[in-house]
Design a protein around this ligand. Structure first.
Ligand SMILES: [Zn+2]
Length: 374
């Protein structure tokens, strides 16, 4: 799709608000194009999921817009990135604008000093913080010397002088969720032995107010933390993936339908593995698409048609059964039992041992996982 790069150009170039109604309009246009103005067979939000979660990675324009607007914040944090626009945006006297990323709203001391564009960028960030429900871990982005809740920072000017040495955000003194040792910081930032007490003050504050299990830290905070230490690339994509991690949409409703029909329980891991298998077992795009369609229950079975038309519908294979569902069409139907029998015997021959009767192709990718009595 070459629509996304065109929109991305606008998203990246213009720091202006785009109302929700505009995103709805674009989504409707794309949906109409995909389904040729017919009734959609798969939810639009499901199509937007990554392929390994059962979607088709259709772009979520709103999240791309948010990711584009958040990109400058990462450049603010990265010392290696040098640009004229960055000088303009970060040149606020007495307060480093990067420190505001660790806050929940624009700090009062800089409110009147920001231009409209910078204000908009920060507002997008604060709304993202709320949407992603970021908690303590956002504190990793607070600047030690400018954190209102860290009282020693207000009283002792040494903490401000440390910002020139590179000790800026809390994440610069933390590694893998743990406060770095004093020796490490001494070597990295040229601290002296008499700085040890200040180190203890920061450590105590970090443990009490910010420290979080590293598995619980939201990926977007990890991206910001990385931007302080490295020159990371493909920022918009990274941010977009972080935003997509937090959407509530999933293919659980499809899993539940299969479980009901097959009368089996499919574990979460198995379900995710099945999506991965559909993407990796063949090079053929059309077969990948077919297996995805099968697993997502794309096909309109006689059962669905009979519901719509309120008339009994025969099985596609004319096996005398009426209103048949996906499981019947692709597995249970008497007309295809001999086909599955042949597949089963070939597999036993190839593998060299008798495999239990299985449902392997009803839901592609479940081979060897869901076994059932034949
Ligand atoms: Zn049938």
């Amino acid at each position: 799709m070459n629509i996304l790069p065109r929109l991305m150009y606008v998203f990246l170039a213009l720091p202006i608000n785009i109302p929700q109604s505009q995103f709805n309009k674009w989504d409707k246009l794309i949906s109409r194009f995909i389904w040729e103005s017919k009734k959609p067979r798969v939810r639009y939000t499901t199509l937007q999921l990554p392929k390994d979660k059962g979607g088709m990675a259709l772009p979520n324009l709103k999240n791309y817009f948010y990711a584009s607007q958040l990109r400058p914040l990462l450049y603010w944090c990265n010392d290696e990135y040098i640009s004229r626009w960055k000088d303009i945006e970060t040149s606020i006297p007495q307060y480093p604008i990067q420190a505001s990323i660790g806050e929940r709203e624009i700090p009062p001391q800089i409110k009147g000093q920001l231009n409209l564009f910078t204000t908009f960028t920060l507002e997008i960030w604060y709304s993202t913080v709320k949407k992603l429900k970021l908690k303590k871990e956002q504190g990793l982005l607070k600047w030690i010397a400018f954190d209102e809740k860290f009282y020693p920072g207000k009283l002792d000017p040494t903490f401000k002088s440390w910002t020139k040495k590179g000790i800026t955000a809390i994440c610069t003194v933390v590694k893998n969720g743990q406060m770095r040792s004093f020796q490490e910081l001494k070597d990295a930032y040229n601290l002296q032995n008499h700085d040890f007490f200040k180190y203890l003050q920061i450590r105590d504050y970090y443990i009490r107010n910010i420290q979080e299990n590293k598995d619980k830290i939201h990926p977007i905070i990890k991206v910001f933390t990385q931007s302080y230490n490295n020159n990371i690339k493909r920022l918009v994509l990274l941010l977009y993936c972080c935003l997509m991690e937090s959407i509530n949409e999933s293919t659980q409703y499809v899993k539940a339908k299969w479980e009901k029909e097959l009368n089996v329980e499919i574990s979460e891991q198995m379900w995710l593995d099945m999506w991965k298998t559909t993407q990796t077992t063949t090079q053929s795009h059309s077969w990948r698409e077919f297996t995805w369609k099968n697993q997502i229950r794309f096909f309109i079975t006689p059962k669905i048609t009979s519901k719509h038309k309120k008339i009994q519908q025969p099985c596609w294979r004319l096996c005398d059964n009426m209103n048949t569902n996906h499981t019947h069409i692709f597995w249970n139907c008497m007309k295809i039992q001999s086909f599955w029998g042949r597949i089963h015997s070939v597999l036993c021959k190839v593998l060299g041992y008798v495999v239990p009767p299985f449902i392997s192709c009803v839901i592609p990718g479940t081979f060897g996982r869901i076994c059932t009595c034949w």
